[in-house]
Design a protein around this ligand. Structure first.
Ligand code: NDP
Length: 283
């Protein structure tokens, strides 16, 4: 069996064109959705992610602002900046680009963002709302994964979903969203024994470990749906996922590539959250 490819690029394009229509409508009603990204330092990977976020925002018609500070910015000053954007009605979404310099407490920063503007969905209020099934901003990567599954007609109900990775921004929330859609969910992590014996049981396998080639063709159940979140550089400096794609596509029924899979959907869901935040401000 050769798997069908889930093109995140294609699905993102369709979603963005729908969002552009919604933004045009909002603008007619006098609401111009705005997103501010706050960057401390000049980490090249962060700058590259921000470039993608800017492009998507501009394509959709969202007002985009990058607020960049030197690496030496104090935590106190950063919290003050966030506060000023919490009060600024031109910006419906605030994103603080991670990672932050070591002298700044990431949790304090995330908690400072108003939950109503937390378009990354990292604030404990939004995570708690997600956990209890309430309306909230979902973190972008998990939301993008669920949207891809929905569009591809993959219903998680009754299926065994295995998530490799338990980070707060990807692994944990995507498992919860799969659970909400009635999958039976297993989490794997670096302390899991005999990873392969568990991943081989997955009808839906989500891999978010950040380890190139962690999952090979032998670790996948024939016909499984495989979502590869990983973003790694191989020995030639080329972007690759956590799944050995060429082998895996011979076993899976549906699979996301890297690049062109989860990445474009993550950025698109950020735009989606920003538009949702703007909609809430309509009188
Ligand atoms: P983290 O490093 O925060 O988490 C990695 C998780 O993988 C941890 O839970 C860790 O376990 C687990 N893990 C590590 N090694 C193994 C192993 N050998 N076997 C089983 N589990 C393992 O990463 P993130 O969740 O932030 O990101 C994961 C990957 O996804 C990265 O490559 C990142 O670049 C990418 N990413 C891609 C995005 C996109 O838009 N495409 C968005 C966000 C992330 P433990 O908890 O025990 O340490």
């Amino acid at each position: 069996m050769t798997a069908s490819i889930i093109s995140g690029t294609e699905i993102a394009k369709q979603t963005r064109s729908q969002l552009a229509k919604e933004v045009a409508q909002l603008r007619e009603e006098g609401v111009a959705p705005g997103l501010v990204i706050i960057l401390v330092g000049d980490n090249p990977a962060s700058l590259s992610y921000i470039k993608g976020k800017r492009k998507a925002s501009e394509e959709i018609g969202i007002d985009f602002k990058l607020e960049q500070f030197p690496e030496s910015l104090s935590e106190e000053d950063l919290l003050r900046v966030i506060d000023s954007y919490n009060e600024d009605s031109r910006f419906h979404g605030i994103l603080v680009q991670l990672p932050l310099p070591k002298h700044i407490d990431e949790i304090a920063v995330i908690e400072k963002i108003s939950p109503e503007k937390d378009v990354d969905g990292f604030h404990p209020v939004n995570l708690g709302r997600m956990l209890t099934g309430q309306k909230c901003f979902l973190s972008c990567t998990p939301a993008g994964i669920m949207e891809m599954l929905r569009i591809k007609g993959v219903d998680p109900a009754g299926k065994h979903a295995v998530v490799v990775g338990r980070s707060n921004i990807v692994g944990k929330p995507v498992g919860q969203l799969l659970l909400k859609e009635n999958a039976t969910v297993s989490y794997c992590h670096s302390r899991t024994r005999d990873l392969s014996s568990i991943t081989k049981q997955a009808d839906i396998l989500v891999v978010a470990a950040g380890k190139a080639n962690l999952i090979t063709g032998n670790d996948i159940k024939p016909g499984a749906v495989v979502i590869d979140v990983g973003m790694n550089r191989n020995e030639h400096g080329k972007l690759c996922g956590d799944v050995a794609f060429d082998e895996a596509k011979e076993v899976a029924s549906l699979i996301t590539p890297v690049p062109g899979g989860v990445g474009p959907m993550t950025i698109t869901m950020l735009a989606y959250n920003t538009v949702e935040a703007a909609k809430k401000t309509r009188s």
